[in-house]
Ligand binder design. Structure first.
Ligand SMILES: [Zn+2]
Length: 363
């Protein structure tokens, strides 16, 4: 395969009719897109008949018509094709294609900018980039270069598997609560279609974060989490992203057949940048290391103590555990209760892992 195949894919296209989807892709002049379109013309036409009818039912509440959906499906297929050829997947052994889109102009004839990305993994998990991250970086770079009058942001995401917690966090930060995320199955059916506001709930959502009284949290669990918080390091970006937090988990084990309840504690260390250790990871890694790949950690409850409500860099979004923390939490049973104590304000919330990262348990 020549490196030419792995140039970043990007296009500006319109969706006014299915015919013009093809036309726009061709007009773009990108040989990869042009080649893909003609090679898969049968699939595109099939999608018009079958995929769209399924998608339209699922997505009419987002005001997308049949043509939009075929167009989005095509973007995903092009992204996945790119991923199959170009992903560096030495750790995960699978390729993820993602395409991030932005409306350039609205009204009856929508114009989109789209960029595709794929996973890129080094020998270390810590410096792996996911498909979504690749698409985001390309979209931002291309828009700055070719349409500098428009500030890059994300309106649409199509991806070949459900975004992990870290990627949800990135989509949320770089998009808006109504940014639409669509996930397709390999057989072209849709597996997920929702807004990132629902897929990455923030704390104002009381359906997810239910305010509770202190007495509703198991006493030992709360005491452990609060104690760990004293050891947690403050973020280097204090005032911008205050993520100083600690976690306690209550798990079950047995000694000669006698069931025991044990509480472990962990806390955040580092600067909230690349190399920092997340509290969730610090506590779950030793538990995870004893298990086989698909084992579920026998945890009953998790409690977080936060120094204060964490904020993102722009100061406008407030949310509980970061996407990377939520990603680690998906190793626990989905109904596991998660409690929060906002230390400085002495307020308490309750949720479940399933509510924190909905749609992550679809296997
Ligand atoms: Zn990801």
């Amino acid at each position: 395969m020549s490196r030419n195949h792995c140039r970043s894919l990007w296009s500006i296209a319109t969706n006014s009719t299915l015919r013009s989807v093809g036309y726009a892709v061709l007009k773009d002049g990108n040989p990869n897109l042009k080649e893909y379109f003609w090679k898969n013309l049968d699939d595109v036409q099939k999608a018009n008949r079958t995929v769209a009818s399924v998608l339209t039912n699922r997505l009419e509440r987002f005001n997308h018509n049949r043509t939009d959906l075929v167009f989005l499906w095509l973007q995903m297929r092009v992204a996945q094709d790119y991923a199959d050829k170009c992903s560096l997947n030495k750790l995960s052994d699978f390729s993820v294609g993602a395409a991030f889109g932005q409306y350039i102009q609205g009204n009856s004839r929508r114009i989109f900018a789209f960029a595709a990305g794929t996973n890129s993994e080094s020998d270390s998990c810590a410096i792996a980039r996911h498909g979504e991250g690749g698409a985001l970086a390309t979209l931002e770079a291309k828009l700055r270069r070719f349409v500098p009058t428009i500030a890059p942001h994300i309106d649409l995401v199509v991806v070949s598997s459900s975004p992990c917690g870290a990627c949800r966090s990135e989509i949320f930060t770089n998009g808006h609560p109504d940014t639409l995320v669509i996930t397709f199955n390999p057989d072209n059916t849709i597996s997920q279609a929702d807004t990132i506001g629902n897929l990455f709930p923030i704390h104002e959502n009381t359906e997810v974060f239910k305010p509770i009284k202190k007495t509703q949290i198991p006493k030992n669990l709360l005491r452990k989490a609060d104690g760990e918080l004293r050891l947690a390091q403050r973020s280097r970006y204090e005032g911008k992203t205050n993520t100083q937090n600690a976690i306690a988990v209550q798990t079950r084990t047995s000694l000669f057949g006698i069931p025991l309840k044990i509480i472990f504690g962990g806390h955040s260390i580092g600067d909230n940048a690349f190399w920092s250790l997340l509290s969730t990871h610090s506590i779950l890694a030793p538990l995870t290391s004893r298990l086989k790949e698909n084992d579920v950690i026998p945890v009953n409850a998790v409690c977080y103590s936060f120094a204060d409500i964490p904020q993102t860099h722009d100061g406008k979004t407030l949310f509980f555990p970061s996407g990377r923390d939520r990603q680690v939490l998906t190793r626990l049973p989905k109904k596991t209760k998660v409690y929060f104590h906002i230390n400085a304000r002495d307020i308490y919330y309750e949720t479940t892992i399933e509510k924190l990262i909905p749609g992550a348990f679809t296997v």
